[in-house]
Ligand binder design. Structure first.
Ligand SMILES: Cc1cc2nc3c(=O)[nH]c(=O)nc-3n(C[C@H](O)[C@H](O)[C@H](O)COP(=O)(O)OP(=O)(O)OC[C@H]3O[C@@H](n4cnc5c(N)ncnc54)[C@H](O)[C@@H]3O)c2cc1C
Ligand code: FES
Ligand code: FES
Length: 467
């Protein structure tokens, strides 16, 4: 049993009384000479520092979840259980199947990245998820990925060992929330809001995949943090007939699996959002809280006409996503409010009178785990005569805020998406925004993408032909 100011590391309780809650788990492991976990970037980009968190998630399943220890503040750990690569070392026992598979397929050379791969594969092995997403967040500079993928594929063909780790997954994990000085982990929304009133300068923290980068580099934004990752209400996912309500602190990897097939634009964007380890912690609330003009889920929310539910000392209020972004990283949320949930209206089923098309695209320099040059999401409703009834064309990376091309939407309404309409729409889209040029791309390229991504959408979704 752990007490509030302990966490379990490799099955042993660790006293956290003297811990700095904003120090990353990776730094702390290194200070404790637990050097199996490696540091590559300290930014969440390379996966060398991957460890497994053992937790019972809001769907009731207990899982090992691969996370980047460089992004995990110690403050998030009281009452939780962590396994590092050292946990797989059983004196006198054969190698763990994951390690053996890497040996058998020559999946390691210098070995620096190997503990990270081992822990990602370890989590995937017990979850039965050993496709390429299991290791998409792990970089290797010398082995080459084929032998590592071969090891993953071989593991996927094996029955999962009924070992002590598998046994542990049959028990629920009850993580007690402990308070480390300056890092509060309330269990209810009411307590979170009360804490914010007590500490007005405190900062909300959810998955810490944004704030964790700052903390990892010793940049502490506030004296007090209020963590939202243990509040059950913020972890809920409600699937209703007409809409879906997504708790703001539900990790994105859960959205990926539990909403699969409901919102094509979300299905298409989530796989390109960071890598598995980040999606295992990152949240929709965090993406909205950061309100970056290149936040990838924000154009999707704009296209799908989301509603943001805020909660604060004055109660609850709802804001249409179209009214949420006010300026560069400025939103309609008051400082003492938090994002509690987001509602997405479900697309109407196709009928003889209308059909709804939607899709999302991300253009970046690297295919996976990269920041967008432009992200776009479109939702268009077309009637039986082929005329546009409603259109929402949303973009990220083209202005100080994620925004819609409202003028072009107005132009499209009532028209068929024929060659003449598309020619004008594309010209309008090229002129709709005045993006910046930066090291990722020039303004001209970004403007061209606004037009060409919409052309691709119409060609692919309307006619079924790839553009
Ligand atoms: C390696 C890496 C890759 C990334 N790739 C992508 C990517 O591909 N696309 C992308 O869009 N982003 C990406 N990000 C950024 C980040 O993962 C996302 O913005 C994520 O959604 C943040 O969620 P979080 O829960 O981790 O937020 P946190 O880091 O916990 O918080 C982020 C901000 O939101 C605020 N906040 C959090 N929750 C709430 C809430 N419920 N109410 C009010 N405010 C809140 C916090 O105060 C903070 O200001 C990446 C980050 C890393 C480290
Ligand atoms: S050290 Fe690179 S992801 Fe943590
Ligand atoms: S084995 Fe050398 S970095 Fe992967």
């Amino acid at each position: 049993m752990t007490t509030p100011c302990q966490f379990q590391l490799n099955h042993q309780p660790v006293d956290m009384a003297d811990c700095d809650p904003t120090e990353s788990l990776l730094r702390w492991l290194k200070r404790r000479r637990l050097t199996g976990t490696k540091e590559g970037c300290a930014d969440g980009d390379c996966g060398a520092c991957t460890v497994a968190l053992l937790q019972t998630e809001s769907d009731g399943n207990t899982r090992f979840t691969a996370v980047n220890s460089c992004l995990l503040p110690l403050g998030s750990l009281p009452g939780r259980e962590v396994l590092t690569v050292e946990a797989l070392q059983q004196p006198g026992a054969p190698l763990h199947p994951v390690q053996q598979a890497l040996v058998d397929h020559a999946g390691s050379q210098c070995g620096y990245c190997t503990p990270g791969f081992v822990m990602s594969l370890f989590a995937g092995y017990y979850a039965g998820e050993l496709g390429t997403t299991a290791i998409e967040g792990n970089l290797c500079r010398c082995t080459g990925y084929r032998p590592i993928r071969d090891a993953a594929a071989a593991l996927a063909r094996q029955p999962v060992a009924d070992d002590a780790f598998a046994l542990r997954l049959r028990l629920p994990v009850t993580s007690t929330a402990g308070a480390l000085d300056g890092y509060h982990s309330p269990l209810t929304l009411a307590d979170a809001i009360a804490l914010k009133q007590q500490f007005p300068d405190a900062v909300w923290i959810a998955g810490a995949t944004d704030l964790g980068v700052e903390l990892s580099h010793g940049r502490r934004r506030a004296a007090t943090y209020i963590a939202l990752d243990r509040i059950a209400e913020l972890q809920q996912l409600e699937l209703n007939q007409g809409h879906v309500r997504i708790g703001a602190a539900l990790p994105l990897s859960q959205l990926e699996t539990r909403l699969a097939g409901l919102f094509p634009a979300l299905d298409q964007m989530l796989p390109w959002f960071a890598a598995r380890q980040v999606r295992n912690r990152a949240t929709l609330g965090g993406n909205l809280g950061t309100a970056s003009p290149i936040g990838d889920l924000l154009p999707v929310l704009l296209a799908l006409d989301a509603v943001v539910h805020l909660r604060g000392p004055r109660g609850e209020r709802d804001i249409a996503i179209a009214d949420y972004f006010l300026g560069y990283r400025k939103t309609a949320r008051a400082d003492d409010e938090l994002i509690a949930a987001v509602t997405l209206p479900r697309p109407p089923p196709p009928s003889s009178t209308t059909r709804q098309l939607s899709a999302a695209y991300k253009v970046a320099k690297r295919q996976t785990d990269d920041i967008s040059i432009v992200a776009a999401a479109f939702a268009v409703q077309i009637d039986a005569a082929g005329q546009v009834r409603q259109a929402r064309l949303a973009y990220g990376g083209v202005a100080a805020i994620p925004c819609r091309a409202v003028g072009v939407e107005d132009f499209l309404r009532g028209r068929t998406l024929d060659a003449a309409t598309m020619e004008t729409a594309q010209a309008l889209l090229q002129a709709a925004f005045t993006p910046l040029s930066d090291h990722r791309a020039g303004a001209h390229y970004r403007r061209s993408l606004c037009a060409s991504l919409f052309a691709k959408f119409v060609a692919t979704e309307l006619t079924g032909a790839a553009a």
